[in-house]
Design a protein around this ligand. Sequence first.
Ligand code: ZN
Length: 111
Amino acid sequence: MEQRLRGNTVRYEYVVRKLVEYLARKASGMTQRYELKDLVGSTASYLLERSFERIAASLYKTNGGSLWCRLCERGPFTKKGFYLHLIRVHYHELEYIVEDELRKALEVVRR
Ligand SMILES: [Zn+2]
């Protein structure tokens, strides 16, 4: 899986886009539409799942049952509203985080 990812730019960009969505869904508490292991293989998905847990928790705070964005302090948001906010306003920040985590996970897999 990781070999296919590295050698194929189109596939790589697709996976990064899906991982950004996955992370945004996790942070906003929405149901996932796919599983990480289907995107990156089971070993990398195990590592990514753990780092995404931690990162997702750092993206929001809750107050009075609503979600607030920790990246820009805006809110309150519903789950869906927060998801859309992350995708529309912070896409590139999430993309940067995801690429970094994906690289680290794939390095471990390669060892
Ligand atoms: Zn924000």
